[in-house]
Write a protein that binds this ligand. Structure first.
Ligand SMILES: Cc1ncc(COP(=O)(O)O)c(C=O)c1O
Length: 339
């Protein structure tokens, strides 16, 4: 095992083992570790035919004290169960999810990057329906896989911002569709919009698919805006929408924001309200917080500018969460499981 920690990016780096568990006729088999990264499933599996597949993403951090911390894995287990129920799949029980993650960690312990590198061990749990079927309908048998991969720091050259562009012509998810679940098909559906945005040098900001008047999500992250209220108090604004994934990072940041005396509001956010915000960001497991430098609304010819330097409140929130994840401060909410 020889990983050049400094050259890690967010791309897949192979580790020694993955972990697998099958559910056959409603009975879950004990998770096991294997070096084989290929799996054999029936060509008519509903996961392949109809995209009956959901996934998750979570990280293990090597703390300042050398200990390994697994961040809020129960929330990922819960969200994966909700995603599975959304596609009429057999949900992975919490104990099987936990056992599989711990097994994946134990068998790849040398792949947990050292604290100083800012890199982490990312886990990609995947659930795919394996029942062969051609008639359109859900399969009940499934395969649960945990794929670990070390990933580099999201900001190798310091905490920096990204420009976004609004897209009203390609929707990521239907208003009452599968956007609230981590379904593979949602991501395939977003590829085109991202490609269009990337070609122009931006990331894509999705608006609500019904009216295209409200902010939904920032590529694969939730949106946060920080606004100064007339009273001087700050407000943390984040969209309420049935079409966005309930981000665990966003939930954690909302808790920390409240603790800092910031008012937290989750509601529909009109695109024009960007003009009233002093700071804006995308948030998620990969980046924690990725500040937004500007948002272009090409249809209206408007640019909302947030400056090239991350704002004060977002910077504070970013460090507050990272300090918990790296064991630099007391984990008063018990968000980390120390392994
Ligand atoms: C569509 C989408 N929104 C938001 C998020 C952020 O969620 P979390 O903070 O749980 O990583 C993700 C990443 O998982 C995502 O894929």
């Amino acid at each position: 095992m020889n990983v050049d920690w400094k050259s890690l990016t967010f791309h897949y780096t192979e580790t020694d083992y993955i972990v697998r568990s099958s559910c056959i006729n409603g009975v879950w088999q004990k998770p096991y570790a294997t070096k084989d990264k290929y799996m054999s499933i029936h060509v008519a599996a509903t996961g392949l035919q109809y995209g009956q597949e959901v996934f998750e993403g979570l990280k293990a951090f090597r703390g300042i004290d050398g200990k390994i911390r697994l961040f809020r894995w129960e929330e990922n287990a819960k969200r994966m169960q909700q995603s599975a129920q959304g596609l009429l799949m057999t949900p992975v029980p919490t104990d099987i999810f936990h056992e599989a993650i711990l097994l994946a960690l134990k068998h790849n312990i040398d792949f947990v990057p050292p604290y100083e590198t800012g890199a982490t061990l990312y886990f990609r749990p995947v659930l795919i329906a394996t029942t062969p079927e051609i008639s359109v309908g859900p399969g009940k048998d499934c395969e649960f896989i945990v794929i670990p991969t070390p990933i580099g720091p999201y900001f190798p050259n310091g905490f920096k911002g990204t420009p976004f562009i609004i897209n009203r012509t390609i929707d990521r998810a239907a208003p009452q569709g599968t956007g609230q679940w981590k379904v593979g098909g949602n991501y395939a559906a977003s590829f085109r919009a991202s490609e269009v945005a990337h070609a122009m040098g931006y990331e894509c900001m999705f608006t609500d698919a019904k009216t295209h008047r409200y902010i939904d999500e920032c590529t694969a992250s939730n949106f946060i805006g920080i606004k100064k209220l007339p009273s001087g108090q700050k407000e943390y604004l984040t969209p309420r929408s049935k079409a966005i994934l309930p981000s665990i990072t966003n939930d954690s940041l909302m808790t920390l924001a409240r603790e800092m005396g910031i008012k937290v509001t989750r509601r529909h956010i009109r695109i024009e309200e960007l003009a009233d915000m002093q700071e804006a960001a995308a948030c998620g497991t990969a980046c924690v917080i990725s500040p937004i430098t500007q948002v272009i609304d090409p249809d209206k010819g408007i640019t909302y500018d947030f400056g090239n330097k991350p704002g004060e409140t977002l910077t504070q929130l970013y460090h507050a969460l990272q300090d918990i994840q790296y064991g630099k401060v007391n984990d008063k909410y018990n968000w980390c499981e120390i392994i």
